[in-house]
Design a protein. Structure first.
Length: 139
C-alpha cells in the first residue's frame, strides 16, 4: 500500500498532465478526458482501486456539476470484460474503469486503471477529479 500526502500535477502540454506523488514518483496521468493510475502489483489491487476511484470520481463530479448522476459500484459483482479493444472492470450494470495490464511500454510494469470523464468536463475539473481520486486510492 502506498501512502501519499500530496499530488503534484505537471503539464505535458495540450490537455495532458503527469501526476506525481510528493517524492516525485510518477503515479498517473490526465490525457484529455481520461484519468489513469499505475502502480498496482496485482489485478485485485487494481480492481479495488478502480472501485474506490469510481466513488471518488463521482463525489468530485457531484461537487463540480449539479445533477451529476451518482453511480454506486456493486463491488461484490466486479469482474473484467472485453469490448474488443480494451479490458474493463464491470459490475453487471456498466463498465466503470479500464484495466491496464503490465506492459513494457508503460512507465512501469504494474497494473493500472483508467477512468473516463464526461466530454463536457473542463481541464480544471479533470485536475480536481484526478487529485480526489489519487487521494482516495493511494491513501
Amino acid at each position: 500500500t502506498r501512502s501519499i500526502e500530496m499530488v503534484k500535477i505537471l503539464s505535458n502540454g495540450d490537455n495532458q498532465q503527469r501526476l506525481e506523488d510528493s517524492t516525485g514518483r510518477h503515479i498517473g496521468w490526465i490525457n484529455g478526458h481520461m484519468i489513469g493510475f499505475r502502480g498496482f502489483v496485482m489485478e485485485d489491487d487494481a480492481r479495488d482501486a478502480a472501485v474506490a476511484a469510481r466513488s471518488a470520481l463521482d463525489a468530485a463530479l457531484e461537487r463540480q456539476y449539479t445533477g451529476w448522476p451518482h453511480y454506486e459500484v456493486d463491488a461484490s459483482r466486479v469482474r473484467t470484460m472485453h469490448d474488443g479493444a480494451s479490458e474493463w472492470f464491470y459490475d453487471g450494470t456498466a463498465p466503470f474503469a479500464r484495466l491496464l495490464r503490465p506492459q513494457r511500454r508503460a512507465y512501469d510494469t504494474s497494473f493500472g486503471i483508467e477512468l473516463a470523464l464526461p466530454t463536457y468536463a473542463t481541464e480544471g475539473a479533470a485536475i480536481t477529479v484526478a487529485q480526489s481520486v489519487a487521494m482516495a486510492i493511494l491513501a
